[in-house]
Ligand binder design. Structure first.
Ligand code: NAD
Ligand code: HSE
Ligand code: NA
Length: 444
């Protein structure tokens, strides 16, 4: 069997698991080689400090010279994360004719176009199953299995930390802060949970999913992003009462824009924000830190991919799967399907985002209030789908008709129209407060 030299960059949570699986003489590397039809040989592990021994890794493989290591490999496995030096190292790998496996979503969301073009130009592969939803096969299904279909929309729970936090709020009635603390105790959330809680991690993944689904380069800057800091225990409780659940979704969809002359054209959109989702939707059943991606395709219909989106061992599973495939490709001189396809559809801006909304209002419980509220929606061309009214206990105690909670769900509306409507509602005498505004996905 031919030899495939593998350079591993980074030996952290994921890298250490990959290194262990590739240990010389191990049963696992023997098995992986048999599957690849080539002898997979780990030729070096780039680390920051080569004097620290790593369990299960031969000391002689450790090096701080990542650049030099890259030039001695047929496949480079990048698991250091971040933009630099990861980007330069990948470009160097392609220059030297090496293929690359990476789990680096931040890098792909920022520089995907450049990296895919460099891989294409060198006639080698860039595989990245680990970059979205960890162990869950979703990149390959989109890139390969669904290459014969037309993907219309992708909805993903692609961040385990935020799903855990929202699930704690839903199932245990926890406050946002308590749920984040618990996620930190359990090791899901970082000490600085910003990347997860504010939706940055999910937005990078949304850009990657949109790029693949629509054969169109989509970057992090193109993604409309809202995190979950604004989701209150009351929002989650109200959702529960309405048979819904609050989830942070990454959404990538085909949609239509309008040019200056009013003519419709096809475009794509990627966004990350909390949504109200009916408990009947398959994604509503994704609990704890689990991930799932729901794909709507013209031919296949609805598909759902579910599993562990993070963790060293599960993520290494995706990395090793890519490695076996790339080793095989090097044997037979083949490459995977191109990522940057023909389509290059326009990416529609944030103000073109159109979703359904749920607006929760605290209103005076007296005649004419509903009409005034309905008028504010009508004035902005926002069509109401349902209205629910609940008497408020506090209101009943207050007497004088008291206050009521009014929950309005709209049909699809533009961001700007909804914002105008909310501004007008806050000005109405009868409206004590606009308690929350949440987007709605699924049928509820
Ligand atoms: N941990 C997960 O659950 C998970 C899931 C999916 C994807 N990923 C992605 O996989 C990649 C690795 O994640 P991780 O969790 O293993 O991170 P980690 O922080 O545990 O490991 C990264 C390692 O790279 C080392 N490193 C940094 N710069 C280096 C350099 N210039 N040269 C050599 N080593 C360097 C660090 O010292 C660290 O040990 C990231 O891109 C991450 O987004 C991680
Ligand atoms: N921080 C991410 C893990 C890897 O992307 C999560 O919570 O899902
Ligand atoms: Na994956």
């Amino acid at each position: 069997m031919e030899r495939v030299r593998v350079a591993l960059l980074g030996c952290g949570s994921v890298g250490s698991q990959v290194a262990a699986a590739l240990a010389a003489g191990s049963e696992s590397v023997h098995e992986l080689s048999a599957r690849a039809g080539a002898t997979i040989e780990l030729v070096g592990v780039a680390v920051r400090d080569a004097s620290t021994p790593r369990e299960g890794v031969d000391d002689e493989l450790l090096t701080t010279d990542a650049e030099g290591l890259v030039t001695r490999a047929d496949v480079v496995v990048e698991l250091i994360g971040g933009l630099e030096p990861a980007r330069s190292l990948l470009l160097k790998a392609f220059e030297h004719g090496a293929s690359v496996v990476t789990g680096n979503k931040a890098l792909l969301a920022a520089h995907g176009r450049e990296l895919h073009a460099a891989a294409d130009a060198a006639g080698v592969d860039l595989y990245f199953e680990a970059a979205v939803a960890g162990a869950i096969p979703i990149i390959r299904p989109l890139r390969e299995s669904l290459a014969g279909d037309r993907v219309e929309r992708v909805l993903g729970i692609v961040n385990g930390t935020t799903n855990f936090v929202l699930d704690e709020m839903d199932s245990r009635g926890a406050s946002f802060d308590d749920a984040v603390s618990r996620a930190q105790e359990l090791g899901y959330a970082e000490a600085d949970p910003t990347a997860d809680v504010d939706g940055w991690d999910a937005a990078a993944k949304a850009a990657i999913l949109a790029t693949l689904a629509f054969h169109t380069p989509v970057t992090l800057d193109d993604v409309h992003r809202e995190g979950i800091r604004g989701v209150s225990a009351e929002d989650v409780a109200a959702a529960r009462e309405a048979g819904a659940v609050v989830k942070l979704l990454a959404v990538a969809e085909r949609t239509t824009g309008q040019d200056d002359d009013g003519a419709a054209f096809e475009g794509v959109q990627a966004r990350v924000h909390p949504v109200l989702l009916s408990r009947d939707h398959p994604l509503a059943s994704v609990r704890g830190a689990y991930n799932a991606v729901f794909v709507e395709a013209a031919g296949a219909g609805d598909l759902m991919f579910y599993g562990q989106g993070a963790g060293g061992r599960p993520t290494a599973s995706a990395v090793l799967g890519d490695l076996v495939t790339l080793a095989r490709h090097r044997q037979d001189g083949s490459q995977g399907p191109r990522v940057l396809g023909h389509a290059d559809l326009p990416v529609l801006p944030t103000d073109a985002v159109r979703t359904r909304y749920q607006v929760r209002l605290v209103v005076a419980d007296r005649p004419g209030v509903l009409a005034a509220v309905a008028q504010a929606f009508a004035a902005h061309g926002v069509s109401i789908e349902t209205v629910r009214q609940r008497p408020s206990v506090a209101g009943a105690l207050a007497g004088d008709g008291g206050v009521a909670s009014l929950v309005v769900v709209t049909h699809t509306a533009a961001d700007a129209a909804l914002a105008g409507c909310v501004a007008d509602l806050s000005e109405l005498d009868a409206v004590a407060s606009v308690a929350s505004v949440l987007r709605v996905e699924g049928d509820s």
